[in-house]
Design a protein around this ligand. Structure first.
Ligand code: TXA
Ligand code: MG
Length: 335
């Protein structure tokens, strides 16, 4: 199969619609990362997503709709706070989980009685979803466990020859996946942190909890249990307080002849002297925008990436930390 990359225009949108209606897959840009879309009402089409990505079949998909799509045909029991959140933050990088009406095909929810709904703000995503006018199930458009894609080139690198069409919308401005919020209970619960922060949700909904997975308990957001976002080279993870151990590790790896780089925020980068560093920027927002692109650039030429995790846990830093830890193996090393 030949994979075409096309700008969004009348011709590519018509082709995208034709492919989606025929049960095929189309990659498209969103403000967070690129998605790999299929008709959420077509079981065979949705199964293709799992096959092409190598995705575990218990990890449900997010359903994307345009801003005027009537989600009451897909979900039920929408709490009052969800309407307020919708008004405040949608379209945008917030995914809300509701009780399913069973309209979307079983592969989307993977046996759960809920569906995750997302209304992306990227104008090209909106154009695509409006043109297709179907609910589109879409995970991030990367091979399972690889770093999520923030450009059409990243999608092509993972799926060249495997999907027919990539709609090119340039670089994603958000850079990390949407916040996933469980809206099935009286208080919303963050299942995956992102650019719409717990604080932002609480400000509108009155309260917001954060789900912390407990070993042995039923997983509420199956995606979060898998290792994710990993670059294709060795990684190690250190805290800011343990920076001297990180530097010692770097120097030891260099002495062995390995091509090594740190990855961290600018403030930390300033403490690393002339050592090689993927500097993801000054703020959590900049870090989110740059993290995946820099991991993908780094993996091409490096043997090892050493992450020094930012210290904060509030706001967007919570989402950045989560991706950072997963990308660098999730286990902090000691001195
Ligand atoms: O920003 C994003 O959300 C991107 C773009 C393409 O929209 N999509 C994305 O999809 O990150 P994916 O498949 O990589 O991650 C979906 C996450 C997983 O952690 C999954 O477990 C969770 O959403 N999820 C999906 N449906 C769910 C449900 N019904 N209940 C709980 N979690 C759900
Ligand atoms: Mg993903």
């Amino acid at each position: 199969m030949q994979t075409r990359i096309m700008q969004t225009n009348e011709e590519s949108l018509a082709l995208a619609k034709e492919i989606i209606e025929a049960g095929g897959l189309v990659a498209f840009p969103t403000e967070t990362v690129y998605g790999l879309g299929a008709n959420a009402l077509n079981e065979d089409a949705c199964r293709k997503i799992f096959v092409v990505k190598g995705r575990p079949n218990d990890n449900p998909l997010i359903v994307h709709v345009h801003r005027d799509y009537d989600i009451s045909s897909l979900v039920t029991a929408i709490p009052e706070y969800a309407w307020r959140l919708r008004k405040a933050y949608l379209p945008g990088p917030l995914t809300m989980v509701f009780k399913s009406l069973g309209t979307v095909c079983p592969a989307v929810s993977c046996g759960l009685d809920t569906v995750a709904i997302r209304v992306p703000s990227n104008p090209k995503a909106q154009e695509f979803l409006r043109y297709v006018d179907l609910p589109v199930a879409a995970p991030s458009a990367n091979i399972s466990k690889h770093v999520s894609p923030t450009s059409a080139e990243h999608v092509l690198a993972d799926f060249n020859g495997l999907i027919p069409l990539i709609l090119d919308g340039g670089e994603c401005t958000g850079g990390i996946e949407s916040t996933v919020l469980d809206c099935t209970g009286p208080v919303p619960v963050v299942l995956r942190s992102g650019l719409v922060t717990r604080e932002m949700v609480a400000a509108v909904a009155g309260d917001c909890r954060v789900h912390i997975p407990v070993a042995g308990e039923k997983v509420r957001s199956p995606g979060m249990k898998y290792s994710h976002y990993s670059p294709r080279c060795r990684t190690a993870l250190y805290t800011e307080e343990n920076i001297s151990a990180a530097v010692a590790r770097y120097d030891a790896e260099c002495a062995k002849g390995a091509a090594v780089s740190f990855i961290c925020l600018d403030e930390t980068a300033q403490k690393l002297g002339s050592r090689r560093c993927l500097n993801i920027g000054r703020t959590a927002e900049e870090g989110a925008r740059n993290l995946y692109r820099m991991l993908r650039e780094g993996e091409k030429e490096l043997d090892m990436i050493i992450g020094i995790a930012p210290a904060g846990r509030d706001g967007v830093m919570a989402g950045l930390m989560n991706r950072f830890e997963k990308a660098c193996g999730g286990v902090y090393e000691e001195s």
